[in-house]
Design a protein around this ligand. Structure first.
Ligand SMILES: [Zn+2]
Length: 352
């Protein structure tokens, strides 16, 4: 079924499979339904030609090429500067950064290969950070500051809420085509909430590499200067928690955004607040390698320890309450398509 694609394209295609299948089902549902009831082979082969053509169009349209490599690189340089100027820890030698294409995970990883260290971040991390900040992030800032923003149509509650629903649906259904809206035009790439999420993800992965270099001896990192003994116990018990904790310490040393410091430091709490809300709907399969989103939200909140962020969280809860039902409906539709129409698509693609 992957004819005409080279191995690299097949890999990218697999990352985008859900997006492509959802769009194929959306636009050809009736045609697929006819195949389902008739099982007519000739018709199936004809339909296959159409679907292959359409699939290629979608693949070319959705495949993002290298757009985040530059962002990852600039975040990494800033991370190095914070570490160096505050003497926070050792600098890892021969470290290479790599942006991995694909949206299917809100994920990043630290890799060791042939004596070299790689810090790899999935495109989904950047993509979802952008879409989250550009929808609910703006709504949240607008509601909390009470400020009137320019461009009332772009910044209307209704519009931002709609975009937030698309973004959370993208996370939940792993179908991101809905959330690809006007990225880049509403807020700058260096917005503190957005930069905060990205820096947190990169710093978390850097921490894993760092721990490997110091044989997981966390006592060398002076984390007890920042956290109480309960938290230190928790941090020492699990490498993922330690990586979150050290990422937050790195963030605390970033002081460039004086005016926006509030939003910058709030960003990891913001991220896990939203991810744990999404988990409520789906019982979204949890990563085997990281703690549950709700647990991460709880300890990250304690690590950041800024009381006024409770107000921000409450505001997210209010917005979420208004959106939850619609996100749930989208999820139900996705599950239904996945169960009924995805197998039909596979069957037609396999007709020869
Ligand atoms: Zn991790």
């Amino acid at each position: 079924m992957y004819e005409k694609m080279n191995p690299l394209e097949i890999k990218y295609y697999c990352f985008l499979k859900n997006d492509i299948y959802m769009l194929l089902v959306h636009h050809t549902k009736i045609l697929l339904f006819f195949y389902k009831i008739s099982k007519n082979r000739k018709y199936g082969i004809l339909l296959r030609k159409l679907l292959l053509f359409y699939r290629e169009l979608l693949f070319n349209k959705l495949n993002v090429k290298d757009v985040y490599d530059e962002i990852l690189n600039s975040i990494y340089i800033k991370l190095m500067n914070i570490i160096k100027s505050n003497n926070l820890c050792i600098l890892i030698k021969n470290l290479k950064t790599r942006n991995i294409r694909g949206f299917d995970f809100f994920n990043a990883s630290a890799l060791f290969k042939n004596g070299e260290s790689f810090l790899a971040v999935n495109t989904g991390v950047f993509f979802l950070s952008h879409t989250l900040v550009k929808s609910i992030g703006i709504l949240l800032m607008k509601n909390i500051s009470g400020e009137k923003l320019p461009f009332p149509i772009i910044f209307s509650d209704k519009f931002l809420m709609k975009e937030f629903i698309k973004t959370t649906s993208a996370i939940i259904c792993e179908n991101h085509s809905k959330a690809r809206y006007k990225m880049g035009i509403i807020i700058n790439d260096d917005h503190p909430l957005l930069f905060g999420i990205e820096l947190f993800c990169v710093a978390h992965e850097y921490s894993h590499l760092l721990f490997k270099n110091i044989n997981n001896d966390y006592s060398l990192l002076n984390m007890d200067k920042y956290y109480n003994s309960n938290l230190i116990g928790l941090i020492y018990s699990n490498e993922e928690i330690a990586a979150d904790a050290f990422a937050i310490i790195i963030m605390r040393h970033y002081i460039e955004f004086d005016d926006y410091m509030d939003w910058f430091l709030y960003s990891p709490q913001f991220l896990f607040k939203i991810l744990s809300n999404c988990d409520e709907i789906t019982l979204y399969p949890q990563s085997k390698t990281h703690p549950l989103d709700i647990d991460r939200y709880n300890y990250i909140k304690e690590m950041i320890n800024i009381n006024k962020y409770n107000i921000y969280d409450n505001e997210i809860n209010i917005i979420w309450k208004k959106c939850k039902k619609r996100v749930n409906n989208i999820f139900k539709k996705y599950k239904n398509n996945n169960k009924i129409y995805f197998p039909i698509l596979e069957e037609i693609f396999n007709l020869i």
